[in-house]
Design a protein around this ligand. Structure first.
Ligand SMILES: [Zn+2]
Length: 494
């Protein structure tokens, strides 16, 4: 091979969808130019010997709250993207519940302009929807977003909660017509309101779970399944927390409904007894549940029921997190810890599993499947020739104790302080540039040249033509869209 590449990684265990191979990759510009076998490395401007460590595809964290605009006292893109890069993440998809929330399709470009020059990692946005902005979904272009986040519960004063079943119906109908995937916080607000009206707010964190019980998630997930049956809408349910929801959604997926679901590292890592010690740090929505649920969620990760792992990186300041139980806001930083928690958990729970298989499974749920669901397969999600050179060099055997000084999130704390992690990303490369180098005592970060990615419109099942179709407002006169025919030939597996 005569070409001189920009960056060559040698001595690696390269993690690809069809297994792990000894060798390395050569990067030209922003893309992977070659994957080579051990002993046949091409020359490069810069060569890094991975020393037998894994080359893991750059993770896609499809669930982050980087809090821009309006809430930047909690997090911003400089810190959030450093946390991501330090955790082997090279692409994030940011949530719309900012101030103001992202609900106008045209505002996606304005948000991208705010982020430009601040992010180490590449990014996309989930669009938001409020009761008053439902019609906006009809003009949403794939460039702006291919996904819409629906909050079925949330803070009582939040304007973006969809409580009215008629409105929810309309959102599902329009999403099906326009090829939009819904991503949902599926807990039933009615269930929680009923409990709130009937009892005093919980005095301690140990009572928090029973005030935000699994029944909220079960009721809402069941409604989502009904709506998907009715309209054929593609729905991805976020942060599933209970065994009942996981089992039900897995069954819905396996009978062919276009339903998938996400599990977070914190629901895989913490269970109810931890609330005694960690208090508000793990006051979350959905709540942390019991050990049985945690075990069942792990099973669903391992049997392919869970489609994606997303961090739900949603930081709040220490000052906010020491408020009284009823006032401390739910959420924690997590994008940096996602790979660490997933790898450590898998190693401990499945000690007999070959290390190569652990890595392939992590790549599947945290890179490959998110790329498929969110229209990014043309450039992200796998280590493959022609795709973006996004990867981390991962040491699977180092054990170390996480402390606050490791935390890159702006709020400077982690729910995992004191945890012994197994494994550590040493180097993260995004489109050929080193964005994180943790090989020395003090980590170094690259330049914030992350870009707003384009995405293919995920091709979704045909909307269900049924007697129900008359139950929703008729769509406006059909406007042919250029993107549609291209999308038809570019089917994304659900
Ligand atoms: Zn979230």
């Amino acid at each position: 091979m005569s070409t001189n590449h920009d960056l060559v990684i040698t001595g690696a265990r390269v993690v690809t969808p069809d297994g792990v191979h000894d060798g390395g990759v050569a990067v030209s510009g922003e893309r992977i130019a070659t994957i080579f076998a051990a002993g046949s490395a091409p020359t490069g401007e810069r060569t890094i010997d991975a020393g037998g460590r894994y080359l893991l595809p750059g993770l896609i964290d499809s669930h982050v709250h980087f809090r821009t605009p309006g809430l930047t006292h909690k997090e911003d893109w400089a810190h959030g993207s450093r946390a991501a890069a330090a955790g082997g993440v090279t692409t994030v998809i940011d949530m719309p519940n900012t101030e103001p929330p992202l609900v106008e399709p045209e505002a996606a470009a304005d948000k991208a302009a705010l982020v430009a020059g601040h992010s180490l990692v590449d990014y996309r946005f989930h669009m938001g929807v409020t009761v008053d902005s439902v019609e906006n979904l009809r003009r949403l272009e794939p460039r702006q977003a291919t996904t819409v986040k629906v909050f079925m519960t949330g803070h009582h004063t939040a304007p973006n909660i969809i409580r009215d079943p008629v409105v929810l119906d309309r959102i599902f109908a329009i999403a099906a017509e326009h090829g939009i995937r819904l991503v949902l916080h599926a807990e039933d607000d009615g269930v929680f309101s009923l409990i709130d009206e009937s009892q005093e707010p919980p005095a301690g964190y140990d009572a928090y779970e029973s005030a935000h019980p699994r029944s909220g998630g079960i009721v809402a997930s069941s409604r989502v399944i009904d709506l998907v049956r009715k309209y054929g809408t593609a729905a991805h349910i976020l942060h599933v927390s209970s065994s009942e929801e996981s089992d039900m959604l897995k069954a819905a997926n396996r009978i062919g409904l276009p339903i998938t679901y996400e599990v977070t590292p914190h629901h895989l890592s913490f269970s109810a007894p931890d609330t005694q010690r960690l208090g508000a740090r793990i006051r979350l929505r959905p709540a942390i549940r019991c050990l049985k649920d945690q075990g069942r969620l792990w099973e669903a990760v391992m049997d392919g029921g869970v489609a994606t792992i997303g961090s739900d990186h949603a930081p709040h300041t220490k000052e906010e997190k020491v408020l009284a139980v009823a006032d401390a806001p739910p959420g924690l930083p997590g994008t940096q810890e996602m790979l660490l928690a997933l790898h450590t958990g898998m190693r401990r729970r499945y000690p007999e599993m070959p290390q190569d298989e652990v890595m392939v499974r992590i790549a599947r749920v945290a890179a490959e499947r998110p790329a498929e669901l969110f229209g990014l397969t043309a450039r992200k999600g796998r280590i493959a020739v022609g795709l973006d050179a996004d990867f981390s060099v991962f040491d699977p055997d180092t054990t170390w104790i996480m402390s606050a000084e490791h935390a890159q999130a702006k709020v400077g704390w982690s729910a995992y302080e004191g945890w012994t992690f197994t494994g550590r990303p040493e180097l993260t490369v995004r489109r050929g540039e080193i964005v994180y180098d943790g090989r020395e005592e003090t980590p170094r970060f690259g330049t914030p040249t992350g870009i707003w990615l384009d995405a293919e419109r995920p091709v979704l099942p045909d909307p269900v033509p049924s007697e129900h179709a008359t139950a929703v407002p008729p769509p406006p006169p059909a406007q042919p869209r250029a993107a549609e025919s291209a999308a038809d030939t570019d089917r994304v597996r659900l």
